[in-house]
Design a binder for this molecule. Structure first.
Ligand code: ACO
Length: 327
């Protein structure tokens, strides 16, 4: 098996900013409640003309640029999303058309907020086995389209955006060193969009009851998120044969600042080395980790040889952590 590395990163955020003060006008909430309970100040909202594939295509172009590759070099596109443009065709096929990556085969992957970790590992295996040389892995969401704007306990949390990476054979160093993933389908009911699938197809009643939006048992999700993300970090570090002291940055899924701090505390890992951007972008589900990674890389704070630890948790439940050595 070949070693596989991230060769470039990109991201795209829609222009429109929705602040906590804007939300005070929509639901019974306050800037102070949102900030203290979540750490979020504002989030981005896609325009009426933008769907998930549009955000993903912009992030993909940016990642291709940074990798010094063209769309013709791409053999595989995997899009991690819970807000595809439509049930089918896949959002990945729409991205393929938008960027002109005609040589690629394309698919979506659904693992909620852990989607990017799952998609990266999937692409790694295709590149490692020699099935393709270069792959685009994208996490993209327009969660604003799946948000119940009457439910103050969820509508303050989510944002829209996309992040992308190009993966290819490692040139120097280890590249992707280890990945640990898990799921627990017994807990599917705690975080979901109930309607719009084959179990509860769309009807006037389901639309009126807003069953096509995200429903969440926040406290339960919180508890499991802290435990599963902490355990996933330990498991990925063990698989990589590394200690937490070897890690330059943890890049976690950006659901809640309190979840992130609790994980850092349990791992006894300094918060200064945990990248947090949720104050500006909120929870972007599968887009959280790749957008955060792109910001961190572009800020110049990631050096060649640095070990990074990505970790995420989401509906399903699903979770995963990946250790990489940066080229
Ligand atoms: N403004 C003001 N009050 C609010 C708001 C709001 N926006 N939302 C809830 N409240 C109230 C509740 O009604 C409740 O009032 P009560 O005590 O009178 O009943 C009180 O605040 C406390 O509510 P909790 O839900 O217990 O608040 P909590 O501290 O748990 O914070 C939150 C809620 C932020 C959702 C937290 O539970 C959380 O972050 N959960 C995890 C989310 C997550 O990790 N998601 C990951 C995956 S997301 C995905 O996969 C798409």
């Amino acid at each position: 098996m070949r070693r596989v590395a991230i060769a470039g990163t990109g991201s795209y955020l829609p222009k429109k900013v929705l602040s906590n003060h804007d939300l005070e006008k929509l639901v019974d909430t306050t800037n102070e409640w949102i900030l203290t309970r979540t750490g979020i100040s504002e989030r981005r909202i896609a325009s009426d003309k933008e769907a998930t594939s549009d955000l993903c295509a912009e992030a993909a172009k940016c990642a291709l640029d940074s990798a010094g590759l063209s769309s013709a070099d791409i053999g595989l596109i995997v899009v991690a999303t819970i807000t595809p443009d439509m049930p089918f065709p896949s959002t990945a096929c729409l991205v393929q058309q938008a960027i002109g990556a005609e040589a690629a085969f394309c698919m979506d992957l659904e693992a909620a907020c852990s989607g990017f970790i799952y998609a990266l590992e999937t692409a790694r295996l295709y590149v490692a086995s020699g099935h393709v040389n270069n792959a685009l892995v994208i996490g993209g969401e327009t969660l604003s389209r799946a948000t119940d704007w009457h439910d103050r306990s969820t509508c303050v949390l989510f944002g829209d955006g996309a992040g992308a990476v190009v993966v290819r054979r490692a040139v120097r160093g280890m590249g992707i060193m280890a990945c640990s993933m898990g799921s627990d389908g017994r807990l599917w009911d705690l975080l979901k969009i109930p309607a719009g699938g084959s179990r509860m197809p769309a009807t006037h009643e389901t639309v009126e009851a807003r069953l096509h939006t995200i429903k969440m048992e926040g406290r339960e999700v919180f508890k499991h998120a802290v435990k599963c993300m902490t355990d996933a970090c330990v498991s990925a570090l063990n698989k990589a044969g590394l200690n937490k002291e070897d890690i330059a940055w943890i890049i976690p899924h950006q659901a809640n600042r309190r979840i992130i701090s609790a994980i850092a505390e349990r791992l006894e890992f300094p918060m200064e080395k945990v990248y947090v951007n949720l104050d500006r972008v909120g929870n972007m589900s599968g887009a959280s980790v790749p957008v955060a990674l792109d910001e961190l890389v572009r800020s110049g704070k990631v050096n060649s040889g640095d070990r990074l630890l990505f970790v995420a948790f989401g509906g399903g439940f699903t979770w995963g952590a990946t250790v990489i050595e940066w080229e």
